[in-house]
Design a protein around this ligand. Structure first.
Ligand code: B3K
Ligand code: ZN
Length: 869
């Protein structure tokens, strides 16, 4: 196995092309036989060998133009054919072992369902091929399997033929007319319940919609199907994009490494993002189902019709598709809470990635294991970059740019530069400088410095940008940053700069710094930056608590208002960390009480405003964090918050009407706010009573889980009792039980490690199911601050022991869960040493996967890099 990094700069077009693929697949648990017939042609004139990718395949035979072919050599990961003709038919027969494929890449069999996962490089685990996204071919697939066990046989495109054999097997033939890269190939065989519907496109084509779910789960599929129809309609209305095949299928499976996969015409989903009903799913689950369904559907144009030239361009499809799903969700639900959600992801995870050994631009420069680059940087920061295009070009300009992109590149495999070039045609601006966002990694920091002269009544505000060096890049250049800008005084008046450098509320910051001038000013003004989070940047402002509270009161932008309060909370938590929490003045508490009374009719904003910043967000704004002082300080502040505001919170809790259950925005906002408030009240003397009461009377999962979360930590005995009841109710429903696993794994308690061991012995737990592993080990490593960062290092050791086992089974999932350990440099020195000890244990493991090797070795090498930066 090669641990060598591939570099973006080394891209070479493929030496051969494959225009047509015919696969004949005889499904068998341990010996699935595949006959692959490929139409191959040499590109240009050269005499290179044909090098096909293959991984864990048993080769049976090779034929060229119908004749046995022997001029080939085999390595670990390649089949090399020498002296092939310029155009020829290549027939390869090989075998794979789906049952023992626990990595869940390629073709695998779990719980009696065969399914595939090919992105990024999984097709080479099915057959020998040019496994790269710039080789586009039409596919025809014939599948054979036992009819009784596997009545449903699916692949991409349209069903063109089928039949029965005498031995009890049956066969089907699928044909996909659209040339595609092999990462979009899919096959499924199983026995499912089926939900069906139709969608008529704007041009009048009837599309069959089919949703395949586990037997007995049909009633949980309606919402996903309705979401799909909403997404199809939205894409027609917003981008003029219609679906292009006669059938669109979604299959939900329980064993899946990530959320879902956009295979052409045959999406495969983690059942977590399909199944939802009032009893078993929270409002957040419903939201996620709709947004993932939409995301995969939107890929049909941004990803499938126009695909990536190479994997370094991943953000071309992912950043753009995340942006599109964010726009869709904002239209279906509400803009503000969505935006806050994205900002939390950026601050909690993406900024942390930028600051870590794994930092990379949204278009990475080098990669050892591609699966490691499905990151918050490529996806979420990538979406922020698209959002900035949208800001620069405006709604209409952006649409013109998108139209141009499809006009130029439909049916092609292209680069991020091609996308920028298409956008460029739709604007007056030169996007060359802006495009630096693709090549420069790291989080820019925007600072303001102010100069006020009482005599002349003049005020200057200088806005400067600086991007600190990152592990992958020592020097940084100024970026082109759209900074949404507002300026207020303590009475709520708004001011414009005299030179109108701020246009339509946005300052285009394209230099290291810009100074804005204000006249007729009677007090120091308060700059309000990055409204609606207009750029993926940090803002450093020396604002007082009073000024932050003025922003909350008077700023126009709801995001800025929410953000100002978050900064107030963060300041309060600092006071507690320094042992002076009791010095927070009565006026601050009064202001927080006023927040509740002034916003009581805006439960969406109020709900968000009452959320105290997470440990992860707080950590990002601090250096050398000591989790064992920051975490307790946060908890002390939460307690004080509940005590100081108990009457207001109680009234609010009682006043919020949630009524009969419905999943609509108003009801979601009400439940969300009420559950946030319950989280605070759980810390008061009424905690046990209120949480049990809500748990018992709840008729939906949002409120049951809200009660459990509130009780967790605040009223441990109640929590234990309610958790037992919950388990009894849901014992046979692994998807719901994952919530229970997650709650146990994130509970602060001294014996947490023995609890985790018990959870692993639970009959529903298995190391082979990624959802279970993430629910127990993943949530512990990511979110159980006290347990994971225990001073003794026992939390780190526990996770490492598990990763050593998991790496043998599923390296992709192991490499996700190792992330918190790789961020050791964020913590105080004593923790760093303990974390590095565990990383060294991993690195020392014989046969460590590429996935873990890349992240662990980079993380350990960071020591020398961090001295340099
Ligand atoms: N494209 C897939 C992700 C594939 C991940 C491979 N490790 C899902 C998505 O982003 O839509
Ligand atoms: Zn995607």
């Amino acid at each position: 196995m090669s641990m060598q990094a591939k570099k973006r700069a080394d891209y070479q077009p493929p030496a051969f092309s494959i225009s047509d693929v015919k696969l004949d697949v005889r499904l068998h648990p341990t010996a699935t036989n595949i006959i692959s017939t490929l139409a191959v042609a040499r590109n240009g004139s050269h005499d290179h060998a044909l090098e096909l990718d293959g991984d864990k395949l048993k080769l049976i035979s090779v034929e060229v133009a119908g004749e046995a072919f022997e001029h080939f050599t085999q390595t670990d990961d390649k089949l090399v054919l020498e002296n092939v003709p310029d155009t020829f038919t290549l027939t390869i027969v090989n075998e794979v072992d789906p049952q023992n494929n626990q990595a869940l890449e390629g073709l695998y069999l779990s719980q009696n369902t065969y399914c595939t996962q090919c992105e990024a490089e999984g097709f080479r685990r099915i057959t020998y091929y040019l496994d790269r996204p710039d080789v586009l071919a039409t596919f025809e697939v014939t599948m054979h399997a036992d009819k009784e066990t596997y009545p449903t046989l699916l692949a991409n495109g349209n069903l063109i033929d089928k039949g029965d054999n005498e031995d009890g097997t049956h066969w089907v033939k699928w044909q996909d007319p659209f040339p595609k890269p092999c990462y979009l190939f899919a096959m499924v065989a199983g026995d499912f319940d089926l939900l069906q519907d139709t969608f008529t496109t704007a041009s009048g084509n009837d599309v069959k919609l089919e949703l395949y779910v586990d037997k007995g789960k049909k009633h949980r599929g309606d919402f996903a199907l309705a979401s799909l129809k909403r997404a199809m309609k939205w894409d027609e209305e917003t981008y003029g994009l219609e679906y292009d095949l006669d059938i669109y299928m979604i299959v939900a499976v329980d064993f899946f490494n990530m959320g879902a996969m956009e295979n052409k015409g045959l999406n495969i989903f983690n059942s977590k993002f399909v199944l939802a009903d009032q009893q078993s799913a929270t409002d957040e689950d419903f939201f996620n189902v709709e947004s993932v369904i939409a995301h995969e559907y939107f890929h049909n144009w941004t990803g499938n019709r126009v695909t990536c030239r190479d994997w370094f361009q991943l953000s071309l499809k992912e950043g753009l598709t995340v942006f599109r799903d964010q726009q869709f969700s904002a239209d279906m639900t509400s803009a503000l809470s969505n935006r806050i959600k994205h900002v939390r992801v950026m601050r909690e995870h993406q900024f942390a990635e930028d600051a870590s050994a794994m930092s990379h631009p949204i278009r990475p420069e080098e990669v050892i294991e591609m699966n490691n680059f499905y990151t918050v940087t490529v996806y979420d920061k990538g979406a922020e970059v698209i959002r900035m295009f949208h800001t620069l070009l405006g709604e209409d300009g952006f649409r013109r740019g998108m139209d141009e992109y499809f006009r130029r590149h439909d049916g092609q495999a292209v680069t991020c530069d091609d996308f920028v070039a298409a956008m460029q045609t739709a604007t007056e601006l030169d996007l060359t400088h802006f495009a630096r966002w693709y090549s420069q990694s790291g989080t820019p920091v925007i600072t303001t410095t102010t100069r006020y002269s009482e005599d002349s009544r003049l005020m200057d505000i200088t806005i400067a940008q600086h991007t600190p060096p990152t592990a992958d890049q020592g020097t940084k250049q100024p970026l082109f940053i759209p900074v949404a800008f507002d300026c207020i005084d303590s009475k709520g008046n708004h001011y414009s700069d005299v030179d109108s450098k701020v246009k339509d509320g946005v300052l285009m910051l394209d230099a290291p710094s810009v100074t804005l001038h204000f006249t007729e000013v009677d007090e120091p003004l308060i700059p309000v930056l990055l409204g609606n989070f207009s750029a993926p940047a940090k803002v450093k402002n020396a604002l007082s608590v009073e000024q932050l509270l003025s922003i909350f009161k008077y700023a126009n932008d709801a995001f800025n208002r929410w953000d100002a309060l978050q900064s107030v909370y963060s300041w309060c938590i600092d006071e507690f960390e320094q042992g002076q929490g009791d010095q927070i003045s009565a006026s601050v508490w009064q202001a927080l009480s006023d927040v509740i009374s002034s916003e009581k009719d805006n439960l969406e904003l109020l709900g968000e405003c009452l959320v105290i910043p997470s440990f992860e967000t707080l950590s990002q704004a601090r250096v050398l964090v000591d989790p064992n002082t920051l975490n307790p300080a946060r908890e002390l502040f939460c307690k004080a918050f509940a005590t100081q505001l108990e009457p207001e919170l109680t009234n609010l809790y009682e006043a919020i009407e949630t009524g009969t259950y419905a999943y609509n925005q108003q009801a979601v906002n009400a439940r969300r706010c009420r559950n946030v408030v319950l989280g605070h009240l759980a810390r008061t003397s009424k905690g046990a009573e209120l949480t049990s009461e809500q748990f018992t009377s709840a008729d939906n999962m949002t409120d049951s889980l809200g009660a459990l979360k509130a009780a967790q930590g605040a009223v441990p005995e109640t929590f234990e009792t309610l958790m037992q009841q919950f388990e009894k109710t849901w014992n046979n429903d692994p998807l719901v039980l994952d919530k229970w696993f997650g709650l146990h794994a994130t509970t602060e308690r001294d014996d947490i490690l023995s609890q985790l061991s018990l959870l692993q012995q639970h009959p529903q737990f298995t190391i082979n199911n990624p959802n279970r592993v993430r629910a127990v080990i993943g949530t512990f490593a990511f979110f159980n601050t006290a347990g994971f960062h225990d001073k003794s290092g026992s939390g780190y050791k526990f996770v490492t022991d598990y990763l050593l086992k998991l790496d043998e089974v599923n390296p992709q999932v192991a490499a996700r869960i190792v992330t918190p350990l790789t961020q050791w440099h964020n913590y105080a020195p004593a923790y760093q040493t303990l974390m590095k000890t565990q990383l060294n244990r991993l690195l020392g493991k014989e046969g460590l996967s590429k996935d873990l090797f890349e992240k662990v070795s980079k993380s350990l090498a960071y020591e020398t890099i961090s001295e340099r930066i």
